[in-house]
Design a protein around this ligand. Structure first.
Ligand SMILES: *Cc1c(COP(=O)(O)O)cnc(C)c1O
Length: 362
């Protein structure tokens, strides 16, 4: 079976260094808010090109904390793509804000910048973009709108570690960005983890306090915060893997290039990119009319695939109030999308087999 993603193999490449860094943490007996976090947050900020990075407990918390730090709540609207993983939306409603859903561009699967302006009202506070499947959103029109209407821009960069737009990395394309280090992400830890990046010192300090019970110094609570911190073991693991992220993303680009050049089956719609560096191929998603049948065919032929995602947020029972809304492009994507195996540890034989099996599908 060709795995969608062989995580054990991904991490075993760095196993000796990871073991040794974890041992250092255990030997020191210091588990939270220590030197590993200090080092990793500096290194991750440098990677993204931002002034600040801050480790938090997971990607959803990173998103929640950003919205909370800006003080947005009940009555405030945040524009967000309808075509996203539900965490983006959860972070907005968790803060009491109203998500205003916008259809994606069918070519990039990312929010369609041309459909945003008509959704802006006097209550709009921010535009939250999502670099879906690892492709950086083309930000220029969004920056222009934010300037025109005095809005904040946030990034859900949970799938986009290292992707670039206009020579800048994701995480450095907005007022504040959220990353996830869930094990399967391009930069993943060995449990849950996340980060916020920003160039704004005030927001950085506020999120740092908010994630630590709202405390700016011990037993002094400035805000009604929560507890959301990256533990030292995860920070150590991430700091081992970070220096290899660019190389891993290059391998993903090579695999994607091979798929794009060699998958010729007319039943398969291949993904499109606007620039080689724009995407880090968190997933390589194709579309096909009889998706479920195609998935079974691949599985019968020894190829594991995943669906990102089978049901859009507005059709989930959790958002019953939206279930009657219609976002045809989003729904079409969810009906037809399927993610092929993609990871930096795939062998040439595996990549070739995926192509051959797909081309033989009729
Ligand atoms: C993974 C992911 C999240 C959530 O990250 P967690 O660390 O799992 O909380 C948020 N948004 C997107 C787009 C994601 O892919």
């Amino acid at each position: 079976m060709i795995k969608f993603l062989d995580l054990e193999k991904v991490n075993n490449r760095f196993r000796r260094e990871i073991d040794s860094r974890i041992k250092t943490v255990l030997d020191k007996g210091w588990y939270l808010q220590g030197e590993e976090n200090e080092k990793f947050s500096k290194d991750f900020a440098a990677f993204c090109g931002t002034k600040y990075a801050l480790g938090v407990a997971n990607g959803l918390d990173a998103l929640r904390l950003i919205i909370k730090a800006y003080g947005f709540g009940v009555g405030d609207e945040i524009i967000v793509p309808a075509n996203t993983y539900i965490a983006t939306i959860l972070a907005i409603t968790d803060n009491g804000c109203t998500p205003v859903l916008v259809e994606p561009d069918i070519n990039t699967y990312n929010i369609n910048p041309d459909l945003i302006e008509e959704k802006i009202t006097s209550k709009t506070k921010a535009i939250m973009v999502v670099h879906l499947y690892g492709q950086a959103v083309q930000m220029q029109k969004i920056w222009d709108l934010a300037k025109k209407y005095n809005l904040k821009v946030f990034e859900d960069a949970a799938q986009g570690h290292g992707a670039m737009y206009q020579g800048r990395r994701t995480g450095n394309l907005s007022d504040a960005a959220a990353f996830s280090f869930y094990p399967g992400k391009n930069l993943g830890c060995m449990g849950d983890g996340g980060a916020v990046t920003t160039n704004d010192e005030e927001i950085y300090l506020k999120i740092k306090a908010l994630g630590n019970y709202g405390s700016d110094r011990k037993y002094h609570n400035l805000y009604k915060g929560l507890n959301s911190r990256l533990d030292e073991i995860q920070a150590a693991v991430l700091d081992v893997k970070l220096p290899h992220l660019d190389a891993d993303n290059e391998i993903r680009r090579k695999i994607a290039k091979f798929y794009l050049e060699h998958i010729t089956n007319p039943k398969i719609i291949l993904p499109k990119t606007y620039d080689e560096k724009a995407t880090v191929w968190h997933v390589f998603a194709v579309r096909t009319q009889n998706r479920d049948e195609f998935q079974k065919y691949l599985s019968d032929n020894g190829i594991q695939t995943l669906i990102h995602y089978p049901t859009p947020p507005h059709k989930q029972p959790a958002y019953a109030e939206w279930n009657n809304l219609s976002f045809p492009i989003t729904e079409e994507i969810h009906k037809t999308i399927i993610s092929l195996p993609m990871s930096p540890v795939m062998t040439d034989e595996e990549i070739k087999k995926v192509v051959d099996v797909i081309n033989a599908y009729s």
